[in-house]
Design a protein around this ligand. Structure first.
Ligand code: CMP
Length: 143
């Protein structure tokens, strides 16, 4: 079954949105397979966002991700990558539809509460990066 990597960013954690995010994914019918609260090291944040290293906002993005704990999660279900992106909403919260997480809870592209994998392949890579210990059998294929 398809899996995606979802991260609640430091602003989402600080603002008390962990339960809200989990609730939206659970109510949709997805399954939480792994979760941890992590204080990310700078080098790790740079690795996660390596594809964006040439962007002018890269340094600020890394600064933001290391500014406080994040919640790293693996969610599983039918079409969870694309549907998860719909639940998350557009990258720029001002363009995100009301009813999406970013549309409901953010106004700033540099403080957009949550990250979701943009493809199945990137989901696999991100899960491997964030959960190098791997997922147990029950976390991998129960549904
Ligand atoms: P995310 O879905 O985690 O993927 C890349 C992140 O880069 C994005 O969410 C934003 O947090 C950040 N980002 C993208 N574009 C900009 C921008 N123009 N200015 C600041 N941050 C950005």
């Amino acid at each position: 079954m398809e899996q995606t990597f979802i991260m609640i960013k430091p602003d989402g954690v600080q603002r008390g949105l962990i339960g809200e995010v989990i609730s939206r994914f659970e109510k949709k019918g997805f399954y939480l397979k792994a979760m941890k609260l992590v204080n990310v090291e700078r080098s790790f944040a740079e690795k996660h966002y390596a594809d964006l290293s040439s962007k002018p906002f890269f340094a600020g993005l890394v600064e933001y991700i290391v500014s406080g704990p994040v919640v790293a999660m693996v969610w599983e279900g039918k079409s969870v990558v694309a549907t998860g992106r719909k639940i998350v909403g557009a990258t720029n919260p001002l363009a995100a539809e009301p009813g999406t997480i970013r549309g409901d809870f953010a106004v700033d592209i540099g403080r957009n509460v949550i990250h979701g994998s943009d493809s199945v392949e990137n989901g696999r890579k991100e899960i491997a990066l964030w959960f190098p210990e791997g997922l147990a059998e029950w976390q991998s294929n129960q549904h």
